[in-house]
Design a protein around this ligand. Structure first.
Ligand code: SF4
Length: 438
């Protein structure tokens, strides 16, 4: 082979490796800037080679075409190396805080008795999350400040019986007998479907753990054929049940809500005080992926000023894609009810006044509307970058959008799933929905 052909062959081979690697990694064709660093020593070595006329190049002039081709090849190769590592090992930040999966001693625990086991859920069916729901209580001990369960269940008799305010914090209402009713319904309901565990509380929250409710409900459901389960939790304790899930791995989807990148742990801690840290949740997602369990991404809510920046969303979405998520659910924070006020207060009390101001801002319709558009466009961009836009389920109620933002979303609606009243959906589809006036 003629030595003069070597740079061409090397460059073509490197570009080929790069192209194949990107196909395998399912990433868009993008040269990584870090690859430039590798060019500096390579370029110097290449020039020196010609300058000293070493064999096999002795006597040859320096051909600029060779030089450019070789540099391009090296750039491609080093770009692949920069991208491969995070694909194989999704990066998990250091765990900055102690394990949060244990019950809090200061919490009041009320045992209640519910009537339902497995229920149909038209709301979650519209969201594309599940056809049925199982809930192990009516008040979750994670105490997230933005939680809408209190507003949804405020008329439920269990609050009155326990003498608790549905909008207050510091307690949990749990029914330890839930798995018995779930087992009964799983046996007797005629049309099995996809069950979300849970929709209004968390089956792995500290108080639910005391009765092993997550695992017992899973066992009750999976003992009957036909049912599949979507686990949604903010607690790393779910990993203790991976042995069970592994046995039914085709019938269980694992999802841990990721509500901010790990560098926002302190701020998120103030609004999700008893959930596992973001790092712990990420660790469990990685473990699920490595065990070959089915995973999905749940990014809800991504709060403005904490988790809606381009960088934060790229990081979160990239992490989910690397964990093999089958779908990506994103929902803006609910602007109704007392959740936003509680979140603002929690952030301000913890010293995050800028973030608190941003949260206060989106109580106004124009700011909320602008936040939704920013969130949607950042999420779409991140998923496009990872060639995974088809996985997006952006859950959105149109009723609080301004006409301007409504128009933008109608023209950039990839992945948007409209919620709320049927008549609003039709209006959005035919363009007659103009949003609320300001
Ligand atoms: S984990 Fe979910 S259900 Fe529990 S407090 Fe937080 S938002 Fe509410």
């Amino acid at each position: 082979m003629k030595p003069a052909l070597l740079p061409y062959i090397a460059a073509i081979a490197a570009a080929l490796v790069y192209w194949v690697a990107r196909r395998v990694l399912r990433r868009p064709f993008r040269l990584h800037p870090s690859g430039l660093l590798a060019l500096i020593p390579a370029g110097i070595a290449y020039l020196a080679f010609f300058a000293f006329r070493q064999p096999p190049f002795a006597g040859m002039p320096i051909p600029p075409g060779y030089f450019i081709m070789a540099l391009l090849g090296l750039f491609c190769l080093s770009s692949v190396l920069c991208e491969v590592e995070p694909k194989l090992t999704p990066s998990i930040p250091r765990r900055p805080e102690p394990d949060q999966t244990q019950p809090k001693e200061t919490h009041r625990l009320h045992e209640i008795r519910l009537k339902t086991g497995i229920q149909r859920t038209p709301e979650f069916e519209r969201k594309g999350l599940a056809t049925h729901a199982v809930n192990i209580g009516t008040k979750c001990g994670h105490d997230c400040s933005y939680c809408s369960t209190g507003a949804i269940l405020r008329m439920h008799a269990s609050f009155k019986l326990a003498g608790e305010n549905p909008f207050a914090f510091g307690y949990a209402l749990v029914d330890p007998t839930t798995p018995e009713r779930v087992a009964r319904d799983a046996r007797t309901l005629h049309q099995p479907g996809l069950i979300q565990l849970c929709t209004t509380v968390d089956a792995w929250a500290p108080e639910a753990q005391q009765f092993n409710l997550g695992r017992r409900c899973l066992e009750a459901i999976l003992a009957e054929p036909g049912w599949t389960v979507r686990i949604l939790t903010k607690n790393a304790a779910v990993a203790r049940d991976f042995d069970l899930i592994e046995r039914y791995k085709e019938r269980v989807l694992v999802g841990l809500s990721l509500t901010a990148p790990p560098d926002k742990t302190a701020a998120i801690r103030s609004v999700e005080p008893h959930a596992s840290t973001i790092a712990e949740r990420m660790e469990v997602m990685v473990k699920a992926h490595r065990m070959g369990l089915r995973t999905y991404g749940m990014y809800c809510p991504l709060l403005p000023g904490i988790a809606d920046s381009t960088q934060a969303i790229q990081e979160l979405i990239g992490f989910g894609v690397n964990c093999g998520v089958e779908e990506v659910f994103v929902e803006p924070v609910n602007a109704r009810g007392p959740g936003l006020k509680s979140t603002e207060r929690a952030l301000r009390d913890a010293g995050f006044s800028d973030e608190a101001d941003t949260i206060a801002g989106i109580r106004r319709q124009p700011e909320w509307s602008a936040y939704v558009v920013r969130l949607l466009s950042n999420v779409q961009e991140a998923l496009r970058r990872f060639n995974a836009l088809e996985k997006l389920r952006f859950l959105l109620y149109p009723s609080r959008l301004t006409a301007k933002e409504m128009e933008w979303i109608r023209n950039h609606g990839e992945g948007v799933r409209w919620l709320g009243k049927e008549k609003d959906h039709d209006a959005v589809a035919n363009g007659s929905f103009i949003g609320e006036s300001i």
